[in-house]
Design a protein around this ligand. Structure first.
Ligand code: NAP
Length: 251
């Protein structure tokens, strides 16, 4: 029986698995999660949790488990596991697809400050806070907070799915725990209530976290938009339907 390994931790991976199960009820689907989120949303398939031990460990797993095809549906900012997937697939001759939501494009009314990475984002914040203290809405997740510890003139409101450790939070920051999807109206109310001056965002794509971008547009609020890391070489699609077509060729 063909076995597909899906690297997940995203709503897109779960949507892909649901569609794949419907299209191929006989296929064995294994979803791999890093194991960072307590109580993750789980689709109806075999679940494995935890790192593989680098590209080598993943290659061993592909061989030992007889994986027919690999679909990397991790978050666009999860660069390490995507690179490992490409390397392990090449090493073992396993067909590999990267399923990545297309990035958001700047639209009329948006006031984006493009940043190459988190350090670059902090330079924008320093420049914007020269004349007045900033209240920054940080929506980069728990793992990207370290560079934001050094904002001199301002405070942070950090939104994350899980409570960050005290040491992870920038000094004086307030954590707000929430899991998307987030609607534009709710985001606009949140931005006003918390007197936010600027948002820092990853370019995640999709609709689940786009509400804050729409709200910022309507409020004419600046958004420091952190660019995506490069996607490894190989087959790439941006939606579930295209991924299903790819699976047909890979089986
Ligand atoms: P990362 O930096 O690319 O990966 C770090 C290490 O975590 C990998 O080398 C791998 O360990 C392990 N890992 C990551 N994803 C895995 C998976 N699906 N299954 C098994 N092991 C995995 O990844 P990250 O940014 O920490 O993201 C971790 C997870 O959170 C991913 O599943 C990702 O889709 C999800 N997520 C990330 C973001 C984000 O902004 N980065 C946002 C939403 C969801 P080994 O080398 O030991 O195999």
């Amino acid at each position: 029986m063909a076995r597909i390994l899906v690297l997940g931790g995203t709503d897109l991976a779960n949507a892909f698995i649901a569609a794949l199960r419907a299209a191929h009820p006989d296929l064995e689907i294994v979803l791999s999660l890093a194991g960072r989120t307590r109580d993750p949303k789980l689709p109806d398939c075999v679940i494995r949790t935890g790192g593989f031990g680098g590209a080598e460990g993943l290659a061993d797993y592909l061989r030992q488990e007889g994986i027919t095809a690999l679909v990397d549906a991790t978050h666009p900012y999860a660069a390490q596991i995507s690179a490992n997937a490409a390397t392990a697939a090449a090493e073992t001759g396993t067909p590999c697809l990267h399923l990545v939501r297309p990035a958001w494009e700047q639209a009329p009314g948006d006031n984006w400050y493009p940043a190459t990475d988190y350090e670059d984002a902090t330079r924008h914040l320093d420049a914007l806070s020269q004349t007045h203290p900033l209240t920054v809405f940080l929506t980069v997740g728990r793992q990207g907070l370290e560079p934001f510890h050094y904002l001199m003139n301002g405070t942070h409101v950090v939104r994350a799915v899980e409570q960050p450790d005290e040491a992870e939070l920038p000094p004086g920051a307030r954590a707000v725990l929430a899991r998307g999807p987030f609607r534009e109206a709710d985001e606009a109310a949140f931005l006003k209530e918390n007197e936010i001056d600027v948002i820092v965002s990853k370019n995640s794509g999709g609709t689940a976290t786009y509400g804050k971008i729409l709200a910022a547009r309507s409020l004419r609020m600046p958004v420091v938009m952190v660019a995506r890391p490069p996607v490894p070489e190989g087959a790439i699609v941006g939606d579930v339907e295209s991924a299903l077509v790819w699976v047909e060729t890979a089986l």
